[in-house]
Design a protein around this ligand. Structure first.
Ligand code: NAD
Ligand code: ZN
Length: 358
């Protein structure tokens, strides 16, 4: 196995990579037990079924709490149930909570760990491609309110992340593709050679380079988060990770979070961000075409399935919480593999972009 260190000021934590991390995770579980630290695992029903033998090897008889799969689980109600479970297990300030699942479980269990007894340690065992390359790294935890997604949360960094890529074997293909949107995003925003690799051979759940690509994505995200943990940089910084997301979030909001998976909306957003960058004179039409080809080659959309009202999309963009002081902030490409934030993008160019992807 192989690992990467995320350094945040005085603190640091490892991200372990491997096909099956049984040995290393087991050793850590046993070390916690020897130190007298109790543990509990939070997971969801799909994973518990699909990966039962692996979970058994990793966590043995550690108490496990299984939540219903789906975004609705990232709620105040389920948050309360997780905290009650932790209390019933008599977890204390030395205990370790494990989040084993996709981004829903990672965000919710991470937030429960941040809140329980004012914060206990937690470890991430991401099991979707999206969680492996994105949500398990960086320390953002939280849940949704009726008023909107991710409106409540905390920064709470995990103590360790275990990325066992064999877990992806049971992930539904549509979920794998959705995670690929974030992988393509990293290539576009920071790594031209990663982008070129995806261009020359599209990645699948059984591609040999999968683990190294996931590692590269974590490294890009870790370096960005290390430089701007709380997303306070006035330019660039953590906001760069929102490439394609200003458009993508608007699509999700206008369609009510049902029609498109997050990664599918982001895929259209990546195509839109490329078009916008082209309109600003930063990249060529050929570059935009390259982006669209890579996105499409990974079974992701580059256009809306049916057109959505322009005014609703523009209003949704303006409401996005990443918008600062009234000006829309976009992440644009300087070239494929290099990006920047811009707050001076003319609204007319944004509308033109929507018409083209709509
Ligand atoms: P998810 O957790 O809902 O998982 C997707 C589906 O795959 C679920 O049905 C799940 O049960 C199933 N599943 C998970 N692992 C499986 C496996 N190995 N085999 C079979 N099925 C499996 O969704 P997601 O896409 O992983 O995460 C989305 C969430 O992540 C959103 O709530 C989003 O807000 C959040 N997110 C957070 C951050 C962050 O920085 N904290 C970043 C990006 C996204
Ligand atoms: Zn995303």
């Amino acid at each position: 196995t192989d690992s990467l260190t995320v350094r945040l000021g005085e603190r640091s934590y490892p991200i372990h990579f491997g096909g099956d991390l049984a040995g290393i995770a087991r050793a850590d579980v046993e070390a916690f037990a020897r130190a007298g630290r109790s543990m509990a695992v939070i997971t969801d029903g799909n994973l518990a079924r699909a990966q039962a033998p692996v979970l058994k090897v990793l966590f043995g008889d550690t108490p496990m709490f299984e939540l219903a799969p789906g975004e609705e689980t990232k709620s105040l109600g389920e948050f309360g149930r997780v905290l009650d479970f932790m209390a019933a297990q008599r977890l204390d300030r030395t205990s370790v909570l494990v989040a084993a699942g996709g981004g829903v479980i990672g965000d919710l269990a991470g937030f429960a760990a941040a809140a329980y007894q004012r914060g206990i340690d937690f470890v991430q065992v991401p099991t979707t491609l999206l969680a492996m390359v994105d949500s398990s790294v960086g320390g953002k935890t939280g849940l949704n309110l009726k008023a909107g997604k991710n409106l409540v949360g905390a920064f709470h960094q995990p103590r360790a992340v275990y990325i066992a890529t064999d877990m992806l074997a049971t992930l539904p293909p549509r979920e794998f593709a959705a995670g690929m949107a974030e992988v393509i995003k990293y290539g576009m925003l920071a790594d031209a050679s990663l982008f070129a690799q995806l261009e020359s051979s599209p990645l699948t759940a059984s591609s040999p380079p999968l683990a190294s690509v996931i590692r590269r994505c974590c490294e890009i995200k870790a370096r960005i988060v290390e430089a701007d943990e709380r997303e306070l940089a006035r330019e660039g910084g953590r906001a760069l990770l929102n490439l394609g997301h200003t458009f993508g979030h608007a699509i999700e909001q206008v369609t009510g979070y049902g029609a498109y998976l997050h990664g599918e909306a982001v895929a259209i957003g990546l195509a839109a961000a490329a078009r916008l960058s082209e309109k600003l004179g930063n990249i060529s039409g050929g570059d935009t075409a390259r982006v669209e080809r890579v996105v499409a080659a990974h079974a992701l959309p580059v256009r809306l399935r049916e057109s959505l009202p322009l005014d609703a999309l523009m209003t949704a963009m303006a409401r996005d919480k990443k918008v600062r002081s009234g000006t829309l902030r976009f992440v644009v490409l300087n070239s494929i593999g290099d990006s920047a934030t811009r707050s001076d993008v003319p609204g007319a160019l944004v509308e033109e972009t929507w018409r083209e992807v709509g």
